[in-house]
Design a protein around this ligand. Sequence first.
Ligand SMILES: Cc1cc2nc3c(=O)[nH]c(=O)nc-3n(C[C@H](O)[C@H](O)[C@H](O)COP(=O)(O)O)c2cc1C
Length: 168
Amino acid sequence: MEQRDVHDEAAFDAIIATADYPVIIVTTASGQDKAGCLVGFAGQVSIEPRRFLVGLSRSNHTYAVAQRAEYLAVHLPGRDNAALAALFGSETGSAIDKFAHCDWRTGPHGLPILTAAAAWFTGPILQHHDFGDHVGILLGLSAASAPHRAVTASRYSDVADLSPGHPA
Ligand SMILES: Cc1cc2nc3c(=O)[nH]c(=O)nc-3n(C[C@H](O)[C@H](O)[C@H](O)COP(=O)(O)O)c2cc1C
């Protein structure tokens, strides 16, 4: 078991808040089920080959669908996509159909692509890793759509007021 010190944890939390990482919106599909949520725990972890790691909470509806899925889509919301971030971060697919409340289209691998997002890519799920209350999902790269307009990425500080649809 790790040694825990509340002061170190508070300092760690302050460091992460100061880093103010960008947030993404992950979607996935399995059979007739579609799911997606706002994700802060994510980032590139290899250049060659391209690899991207997504941390999904075990409590989320998105994780339940992702466990049965072969691919994920990663969307980059701009700061002007606040409504989309709120829909995917504060509502849960356990209670509502998020895709009835936003514009989307069927993209590569049958994944739902959020049309308002500034950019997106898709990738195969290569590995699952137990990280604790979140599960690391390692993605490859299968398709991508670069930003088609000038965009300022949405960061944690832009969405920090949202209450997650599911407690982590
Ligand atoms: C700022 C912020 C960051 C979040 N980061 C993550 C994350 O990294 N991983 C995750 O699984 N959920 C994260 N969430 C929580 C989910 O987006 C939220 O619980 C969502 O409502 C779950 O929807 P679902 O149950 O349909 O999957 C975050 C929420 C917010 C507001």
